[in-house]
Design a protein around this ligand. Structure first.
Ligand code: NDP
Ligand code: GDR
Length: 379
C-alpha cells in the first residue's frame, strides 16, 4: 500500500509533536517544518527523530518559515503531500499585542502562502488542507455556548490574524474546490504545553514552589473562564477532519468550562496544598492554608504563593469561552476522552518530576537553569 504523506507546519510545537506521533503510528510518511533557531528547538519531537542516514525513517524535518513563500512552495513541490496541517503560528495572545505585524504575517499571510502554493503547483485536487483555527475568533462572545454558526468578534491581533486565515481557507475551498477545512479548537493543553500559557505556568510554577525552587507566581486575570481539553484528543480530531468525503469546519471543545482560579486550586491539591484566596483585585493573593503530610517540604501554612501582577492583564481580554462540540460528535463520532482535571493531574505529575530533579541538583550545589524571569516576561 502506498504510504500517505503529510506536511505539518509547527511540528516542533505542542500539537505538532502529538500529531506527528499520531500520523507515524497510522503509517504516514511525516514531514515537519522547523525554524532555524540559535538553540535546539526540537525537544518535543526528539524522541521520534530518525537519523536521516537511516533509509527506512518516515519522519523528516525541513527548515522553513511561514513568512518565506519560496521555501514553502519548494517544500510543497518536493513533498507533494496528501495532507497539510497548518499548525505553525505565533500562538500567544498576549504576545500578539507586542508583535502584531509579525503575528499577522505568520498567522494570516502564512496561511495564504500555503494555500496559494498548493494551487500554484496544481496540487489543489490532491492535497487536503487543515487550518488551526481557534476559539479566540469568538472573543467577545455573541452566543453561549459557541458553535460553528456563532458570529466572530476577535479581541487581539492574534485573533484578527486567525480570522483572516479562517476565511481564506473557506475561500479557497469555495473558489477552487480545494479540500480545505478549519478546526475551531478551544484551549487544549498537555505536559508539552508552552511554559507561558496559563495552565503550564501554573503547574510548573506550583511544582517548583513546592520544591523550594521559586517563592511565588504572578498571575493576570484569574477569573477568566476557559473550556480546556487535552491536546492528544484534539490532534486525533484534526486527522479525522481530513478523512471525510467533503471538507467542513468543526468546533472542537469539551463543552465544560472552568476558571483559571479553579485550575490553580486543582494544581495545588495535586501537590497536597490547600489554598485560600484573600483580598481582591490586584491585591488578591493565594495563601497556603493546609499541607498534606510532607508533600511540599519547602512550604509552611501562611505562605503566599500566588500574587496578581497587572502586567499580565491584556489590553482587551477574552473573559469567557465555552464550546459546543455537538457537530463533531454527531458527524464524526468524536468525543474527548481526557477531562480537564485528569489533564491537570498529568501536567502536575510531569512538572513535579522535573522540579524534584532540579531540587536534588540544587541540594548538591549544582546550578539549575530556571530562566523563569525571561520566560515569564510576556506571558
Ligand atoms: P505552539 O505555540 O506550541 O506551537 C507553534 C508552532 O509554530 C511551533 O512549532 C513554532 O515553532 C511554530 N512557528 C512559530 N512561528 C513560525 C513561523 N514564522 N514559521 C513557521 N513556524 C512557526 O502552539 P500549539 O501547538 O499549542 O498550537 C498549534 C496551532 O493551533 C497554532 O496555530 C495555534 O495558534 C492553534 N491553536 C492552539 C490552541 C491551543 O489551545 N493550543 C487552540 C486553538 C488554536 P518554534 O517551536 O520554533 O517556536
Ligand atoms: P489563551 O491562553 O489566551 O486562551 O490562548 P492562555 O493560557 O495564555 O490564557 C488563558 C486565560 O488565562 C488568563 N491568564 C493568564 N494567561 C497567561 N498566559 N499568563 C498569566 O499569567 C495569566 N493569568 C491569567 C488570560 O488572560 C486568559 O484569559 C490559547 C492559545 O493557545 C491560543 O493560541 C489559542 O488559539 C487559544 O488558547 C484557544
Amino acid at each position: 500500500m502506498v504510504k500517505k504523506k503529510a506536511l505539518i507546519t509547527g511540528a516542533t510545537g505542542q500539537d505538532g509533536s502529538y500529531l506527528a506521533e499520531f500520523l507515524l503510528e497510522k503509517g504516514y510518511e511525516v514531514h515537519g517544518l522547523k525554524r532555524r533557531a540559535s538553540l535546539f528547538n526540537t525537544q518535543r519531537i526528539d524522541h521520534i527523530y530518525v537519523d536521516p542516514h537511516v533509509k527506512s525513517g518516515r519522519f523528516h524535518l525541513h527548515y522553513g518559515d511561514l513568512t518565506d513563500t519560496s521555501n514553502l512552495t519548494r517544500l510543497l513541490n518536493e513533498i507533494e503531500p496528501d495532507e497539510v496541517y497548518n499548525l505553525g503560528a505565533q500562538s500567544h495572545v498576549a504576545v500578539s499585542f507586542e508583535v502584531p505585524e509579525y503575528t499577522a504575517d505568520v498567522d494570516a499571510l502564512g496561511t495564504l502562502r500555503l494555500l496559494e502554493a498548493i494551487r500554484f503547483l496544481g496540487l489543489e485536487k490532491k492535497t487536503r488542507f487543515y487550518q488551526a483555527s481557534t476559539s479566540e475568533l469568538y472573543g467577545l462572545v455573541q452566543e453561549t455556548p459557541q458553535r460553528e454558526t456563532t458570529p466572530f468578534y476577535p479581541r487581539s491581533p492574534y485573533a484578527v490574524a486567525k480570522l483572516y486565515a479562517y476565511w481564506i481557507t473557506v475561500n479557497y475551498r469555495e473558489a477552487y474546490g480545494m479540500y480545505a477545512c478549519n478546526g475551531v479548537l478551544f484551549n487544549h493543553e498537555s505536559p508539552r504545553r508552552g511554559e507561558t500559557f496559563v495552565t503550564r505556568k501554573i503547574t510548573r510554577g506550583l511544582a517548583n514552589i513546592s520544591q523550594g525552587l521559586e517563592d511565588c507566581i504572578y498571575m493576570g486575570n484569574i477569573d477568566a473562564l476557559r473550556d480546556w481539553g487535552h491536546a492528544k484528543d484534539y490532534v486525533r480530531m484534526q486527522w479525522m477532519m481530513l478523512q471525510q468525503e467533503a471538507a467542513e469546519d468543526f468546533v472542537i471543545a469539551t463543552g465544560v468550562q472552568y476558571s483559571v482560579r479553579q485550575f490553580i486550586e486543582w494544581s495545588a491539591a495535586e501537590l497536597g496544598l490547600t489554598l485560600a484566596f484573600e483580598g481582591s483585585g490586584v491585591d488578591e493573593v493565594g495563601v497556603v492554608v493546609a499541607i498534606e503530610g510532607d508533600k511540599a517540604p519547602a512550604l509552611k501554612v501562611g505562605d503566599i504563593i500566588i500574587r496578581i501582577d497587572p502586567r499580565y492583564f491584556r489590553p482587551a481580554e477574552v473573559e469567557t469561552l465555552l464550546g459546543d462540540p455537538t457537530k463533531a460528535k454527531n458527524k464524526l463520532g468524536w468525543v474527548p476522552e481526557i477531562t480537564a482535571q485528569e489533564m491537570c493531574a498529568e501536567m502536575v505529575t510531569e512538572d513535579l518530576k522535573t522540579a524534584k530533579r532540579h531540587a536534588l541538583l540544587k541540594q548538591h550545589g549544582l546550578d539549575v537553569p530556571m530562566a523563569s524571569e525571561s520566560r515569564e516576561a510576556n506571558s
